[in-house]
Design a binder for this molecule. Sequence first.
Ligand code: ADP
Ligand code: ZN
Length: 219
Amino acid sequence: MKVVVLLGPPGSGKGTVAERLRGDRGGYVHFATGDMLREEVAHGTEVGREAEDYMKRGELVPDEVIIRIVEKRLETGDQEAAYLFDGFPRTLAQADLLDESLAGRGSKIDFVFFLATPREVILQRLTGRRVCKDCGASFHVINIPPKVEGVCDACGGELYQRKDDNEETIANRLDVYNRQTESLISRYEEKGLLVSLDSDQGVDSLMAEIEAKLQSASA
Ligand code: ADP
Ligand code: ZN
């Protein structure tokens, strides 16, 4: 089983890379804690109620809440599947949990793709982002406009702007990333797992770099 972690600031394109990898290769389980949390909020579950305020402010949801949803999902997950972790881990405690949990299944992280992204690119991407209510596909008012304004190309669903995609909350998310998540870069570098990529290039050339790495490992 292959285990890939996508690491990078908000707006670095982790979700886009995950979508592309799933489409191109298949077989990956996309494990996105942000999406899982938004689903819990939408369904008004206990986890959702605990997480909602943190998410609105752009703060991290406490580790114990994350650990609960992650363990639940890994238990029900396919043991044989390849995993793509997106937006998780975000703290050292979460990184420890992931290592332990994988070790318990006789597995480990194969690659950590770090998507380095300049701040002005992040701001431009996030303030213009629009997401489909029904299928989760991502668009951008300028970079990736849908064919019909406000309507998803893939499924015809309604596009909306995430509550945390406003300038003030984005600035806070970036601070939180710098304070709590950036230190994971050196952790994975020391373990020899880190692959640093420039996320400010076309998606196709970014994917070509990622594919080359993945293939070098399976050769
Ligand atoms: P982005 O990477 O663009 O910030 P996400 O969808 O990954 O978007 O996360 C949205 C919000 O969900 C975060 O700001 C945070 O509040 C919460 N969240 C997601 N994943 C985690 C995590 N692993 N640990 C703590 N909070 C998380
Ligand atoms: Zn859609």
